[in-house]
Design a protein around this ligand. Sequence first.
Ligand code: TRP
Ligand code: SF4
Length: 400
Amino acid sequence: MFADRVLSGMRPTGSLHLGHYHGVLKNWVKLQQQYECLFFVADWHALTTHYDTPEIIEQNVWDMVIDWLAAGVDPSQAILFIQSKVPAHAELYLLLSMMTPLGWLERVPTYKDQQEKLSEKDLSTYGFLGYPLLQSADILIYRANRVPVGEDQAPHLEFTREISRRFNHIYGKEVGFEEKAELAIKKLGSKKSKLYVELRNLYQEQGDENALEEAQSLLNEQQNLSLGDRERLFGYLEGGGKMILTEPETLLTETAKMPGLDGQKMSKSYNNTISLREDPEIIRKKIRTMPTDPARVRRSDPGDPARCPVWQFHLVYSDEATREWAQRGCRNAEIGCLDCKAPVIDAILAEQAPMVERIMKYEEDPTLVRNIIADGCEKANKLAEETMRDIREAMGLSYS
Ligand code: TRP
Ligand code: SF4
């Protein structure tokens, strides 16, 4: 309902690897050029599962932010902040908890899944059950309408949409809503108010989605509507109350599948990663010792790239010509596996070089990162406060 805004968070899990880079960070770098973006360190989220090991969090936070910057996330284009430095996330989490049905939380599929997967931890906690709601607060507090997340997080987005709808349903009602909406329409000016009414009729009588979208962008272009009137007019388009919170959508983007050294998903828990800060010698060694198609016992044995994790790396790193060369060379036993791995090693090193340089710059002067985050937290706090004002008012908490 407001301008497009992207929000995403990442738990501080330690130094980042190529899986994060190709799966998430490259996408963030692209998004920051297209949208207003907020990216944050989800330190409270880390505590929902790692509440008994707080020492890992602090040190990971700064390393992770440095890795973001190294990957090209740009503080002049995106707002970078730490969740716990914007306490309003917690306030909204608390307020939303008042109207969140327990069953909705218990039914989020990751609840049972993660408890089983992380069986060595006691996750029968209030915080762990509530974690999707904390994520909802993260998103709704900025009225972010685009959220880039992996498939595993899709149920959390769906949950957030349901919370948003429920909130608007319960708190969007106000005395005299219709009259106030009609007054707000008049403020659009005669031509635009006529168009608004036409589009609203088209949507409400015929379900015309295009008319709805057109009306929404008409509202988005209005600079001098008050926030209250804006909420009324957005709400009036679709139904009977103010629209205080947005319904975020998942932002799907094709990202290269970055496999680990063993062909499984790259993940610290599988011990198959290459970190962004990996020593070049270790990178060479890790790739050289990567498993290949088991059929290629000797150099003269032909192989099949489809059975080889190195081929997956070519798909991420190599151009058409190099892939062609690898395919043919492998199938006809014209090249050895070490030959085949050479261009992959070169590509990883070339990709890494500028990142390492940036990492060094930030490590040398820790105040750089501290200042970037301080600045981002200040901006985030301001944006969060704008929404909180409306929410407090809607929930009867705006007395002074
Ligand atoms: N839950 C996400 C994860 O574990 C991180 C996260 C927290 C997040 N809040 C968010 C992602 C809001 C997107 C939007 O990976
Ligand atoms: Fe894998 Fe390349 Fe060896 Fe073929 S030649 S098995 S693709 S490393």
